[in-house]
Design a protein around this ligand. Structure first.
Ligand code: ZN
Length: 378
């Protein structure tokens, strides 16, 4: 075999291998037309990649319909919470192809809707069983990208997409959505979270509560292995409830034990017309005798808010009052709203740690923060 022949042979072999692999391997199919499927199993995990080892980012339930864009290795790609996600195709049954046109994005291209209810939850999918990702308010306008059943997929100001119940919107141009008569359907099936605030001393105010740390970031570790992120979270829940009780619209930067970056916390606050941003933390210090509560502010203008909140806390709990102080924390520096970070006791101190974990303490703090805000907005 001379040199020329062997090169030609190698080239042909390589070509054959490439062609063969195209024939047998399940290469990505880019669907010219999107496909619409219905979930046939009781639950279906939504994953970040087309593999059973990939991260679960959510769940569909039986009857959910989804539009898919790609197919690969028995997985189909769709969008969830504005992100590209994958689900196993064998849990899906196709919805008749003709009806897929009715859910195609082009269908609703020129529709713009206005939020009709005072405050409406934006969800990660077309149904009340999906996670609440944002809140929008009466008069806000959004372009509709697609629709599914009685739900519109809309483009949010931050570039993400989300789903809104069509019966809580009106179409811009004066045509009232057909389903408006069944108005508070979503609120009835989902009573607690974000009821329109109509009364109370904080009615009309939007407060962002920022539970510090979470997930891989435990914050300070205190006596008895107490993790700051956990007490922060339970305390924040008390604060959120008290604020809602007072009529405020409350937005939280984390609603579970997961990591949220400082940038994201700032972004969440700045996405809204936030009247105040309160970050919740607990302290620790190598000197075990140090104890007490502190309120920090970064901008001079925010000092009155820090003072009102701190004096309210100091008068309601038995921990030492360390006053309000300046500190250049990112969440205080970069948020547009008046911002305060409260350190609600030292988990490195035996006395503080025994008190701050109690329901009674967290409840008192929640009431104190609420009263501090009422005082500030007076
Ligand atoms: Zn902290």
């Amino acid at each position: 075999m001379n040199k020329k022949t062997s090169i030609t042979t190698l080239f042909c072999m390589a070509l054959m291998i490439v062609m063969f692999s195209y024939l047998v391997s399940p290469v990505i199919t880019y669907a010219n037309d999107t496909e619409t499927y219905e979930v046939s199993s009781s639950t279906l995990n939504i994953r970040s990649a087309p593999s059973n080892d990939s991260r679960i980012v959510g769940q569909f339930v039986k009857g959910n319909q989804l539009t898919t864009f790609k197919e690969q290795y028995g997985w189909v790609q769709t969008y969830y919470g504005g992100k590209e996600v994958w689900v196993a195709k064998h849990h899906l049954t196709p919805v008749s192809t003709s009806s897929s046109a009715s859910t195609s994005p082009e269908m609703k291209e020129n529709l713009t809707v206005t939020v009709a209810a005072e405050s409406v939850m934006i969800r990660a999918g077309a149904g009340t069983n999906y996670k609440n990702t944002h809140s929008v308010y009466q008069g806000d306008e959004f372009d509709v990208i697609s629709s599914e059943g009685d739900w519109y997929q809309i483009k949010l100001q931050n570039g993400e997409t989300g789903w809104i119940a069509s019966w809580l919107t009106t179409e811009v141009g004066g045509v009232v959505s057909e389903e408006t008569s069944s108005s508070s359907q979503e609120n009835i099936s989902n009573p607690p979270q974000q009821q329109p605030a109509s009364s109370g001393s904080l009615a009309g105010y939007t407060i962002v509560i920022d539970p510090g740390h979470g997930g891989k970031d435990p914050g300070a570790i205190g006596i008895g292995d107490v993790q700051e992120k956990d007490i922060v979270y339970s305390t924040s829940n008390h604060v959120v409830n008290q604020l809602k009780e007072a009529g405020a619209n409350v937005i939280t930067t984390r609603s579970g034990d997961y990591f949220v970056s400082l940038e994201e916390r700032v972004r969440i606050s700045n996405d809204y017309q936030t009247d105040a941003f309160i970050s919740i933390h607990f302290d620790s210090f190598p000197l075990l005798s140090v104890s007490g509560t502190t309120a920090y502010y970064a901008h001079k203008d925010d000092q009155p808010l820090a003072a009102d909140i701190q004096s309210s806390i100091a008068s309601s709990v038995e921990l030492t009052n360390r006053g309000s102080m300046h500190a250049n924390y990112k969440v205080l520096r970069d948020t547009n709203a008046p911002s305060v970070l409260v350190e609600l006791g030292f988990i490195s101190n035996q006395y503080d740690v025994s008190i701050v974990q109690t329901n009674d303490y967290q409840q008192r703090v929640a009431t104190a923060i609420t009263n501090g805000l009422i005082q500030y907005f007076k």
